[in-house]
Design a protein around this ligand. Structure first.
Ligand SMILES: Cc1cc2nc3c(=O)[nH]c(=O)nc-3n(C[C@H](O)[C@H](O)[C@H](O)COP(=O)(O)OP(=O)(O)OC[C@H]3O[C@@H](n4cnc5c(N)ncnc54)[C@H](O)[C@@H]3O)c2cc1C
Length: 403
């Protein structure tokens, strides 16, 4: 039987987070965009609710363990589904604020998948509910290696009990404020993907510094940092998964980077759904309140079709996210479905924001109008975690396997 219903506990989570997004997140949206930051008091409040602590309380579908391992009352894994419910709701409140919640962020999945028990305990152990916001981050992208993940140039040279890291990472979300970054580097460029390794690099490690903080078109409240590694000495204990993980001949580091996307792409896609819903809500209310009263009826058909198409596409995008997240929870390979959800949801969200601006006319272009901000924010959702083109390549490779 195909079941499209959320469980009662998932519905409760959604209601609680929807309330928080409406009452606490949305009022910050425009102000945080202008200030390029999110108030500390807000982050502390979000932690009290269990958002961004790295572990989730039972009320939010958690079991107090590392994020992603949550189970429902029947013991079924539901971490990915809970994440996409939270992602859609908070991104509806604000697409930049959702990226600033304390917690392991994109750095969580690689530690969860590849880390040893000791590394998980050290990495996730910092996210206590003690009211102090802390972050993890994921540092893969380099100036000359974004979509082309296999082409990373940062190097890791073994030296006794250490690895010496050299290179630069760029556009890293929360990278400067993070207590640790999962940093990808190569031990041997000639080995291509097989030479990739992932390291836990803690703040304060000698040779690790923060470069510039980016000034961006959108998501301005979210920190995007450049990270610099100059003879940065990292202990072998911080090689994610330990040396055995890579001795098996597996493309350990590259697989870690890619596997991360199987659970994070549906989450980012769900956030895009939240953005689309936010823009839809603004324009829907605007039309109901103003448009039909003052404009010729002939335009009604154009509006009606646009509104219906928006609703239809948002619903389809959401179902794609749910399917990809459900597969991740069930341990079913989902790379194709994760990419489909990301490619489609980002495209839908971009389209909805663009049409919303158009429908509102000059009002849509004012900084004080939420859709103007959403229009700027949404672009990045089609870029990070793999651009739309890259998602289509991933999908087609799976469809045309063997050719
Ligand atoms: C706000 C923000 C936050 C980010 N956060 C993080 C983070 O936390 N961690 C991290 O590691 N990275 C992060 N990134 C980086 C992001 O993942 C990359 O920007 C993204 O992967 C694209 O890489 P690129 O920017 O180098 O573009 P490029 O890879 O140079 O792509 C440029 C264009 O070429 C197209 N293209 C590339 N390859 C192909 C191909 N084979 N076929 C067809 N078209 C192609 C792309 O689709 C795109 O249109 C972030 C980026 C931004 C903007």
């Amino acid at each position: 039987m195909i079941d499209f219903e959320l469980s009662d506990s998932q519905k409760n989570i959604r209601e609680m987070v929807r309330w928080f997004a409406r009452e606490e997140v949305r009022p910050l949206a425009l102000e945080s965009d202008k200030a390029h930051t999110v108030p500390l008091e807000f982050l502390k409040k979000s932690m009290q609710l269990g958002l961004g602590s790295g572990t989730r309380p039972k009320a939010l579908g958690g079991d107090g363990e590392g994020a992603g391992e949550e189970r429902d009352a029947k013991g079924t894994k539901q971490g990915n589904r809970v994440s996409i419910i939270l992602g859609e709701e908070i991104a509806w409140g604000d697409p930049a604020v959702v990226l600033t919640f304390p917690g392991p962020g994109l750095g969580g999945p690689p530690v969860q998948f590849t880390g040893t028990a000791e590394q998980k305990s050290r990495a996730f152990g910092i996210f206590k509910n003690d009211g102090v916001p802390r972050w993890g981050a994921y540092a893969l992208t380099e100036p000359a290696a974004g979509s082309d993940v296999a082409g990373i140039q940062a190097t890791a040279r073994k030296d006794g009990n250490h690895y010496i890291l050299n290179g630069r990472k760029c556009y890293i979300t929360n990278g400067a404020r993070a207590t640790w970054n999962v940093v990808f580097a190569t031990v041997d460029k000639s080995q291509g993907r097989a030479g990739h390794r992932a390291f836990l690099v803690f703040k304060g490690t000698p040779g690790f510094s923060v470069g510039k903080i980016e000034d961006k078109l959108g998501l301005r409240a979210s920190e995007t940092a450049e990270l610099v590694f100059e003879d940065c000495k990292v202990h072998v204990d911080d090689l994610l998964g330990g040396e055995e993980h890579y001795d098996k001949g597996a493309k350990g580091g590259f697989t870690t980077a890619m596997k991360t996307f199987d659970s994070t792409r549906p989450m980012v896609a769900a956030m895009a759904v939240g953005i689309a819903r936010a823009a839809y809500d603004v324009v829907h209310d605007h039309i109901r309140e103003n448009y039909l009263l003052s404009r010729p009826i002939a335009r009604y058909h154009v509006l009606a079709e646009l509104i219906a198409n928006m609703e239809r596409k948002i619903a389809a995008a959401r179902l794609m996210c749910w399917r990809a997240a459900w597969m991740a929870d069930e341990g079913i390979p989902n790379s194709k479905e994760a990419s489909m959800s990301k490619a489609y949801a980002a495209q839908v969200a971009s389209w909805v924001c663009q049409e919303a601006i158009g429908l509102m006319g000059h009002l849509g272009t004012y900084h004080a109008n939420l859709v103007e901000k959403l229009y700027r924010d949404v672009k990045v959702y089609d870029i990070f975690e793999g651009t739309g083109q890259v998602q289509r390549i991933v999908i087609s490779r799976r469809l045309l396997k063997g050719l």
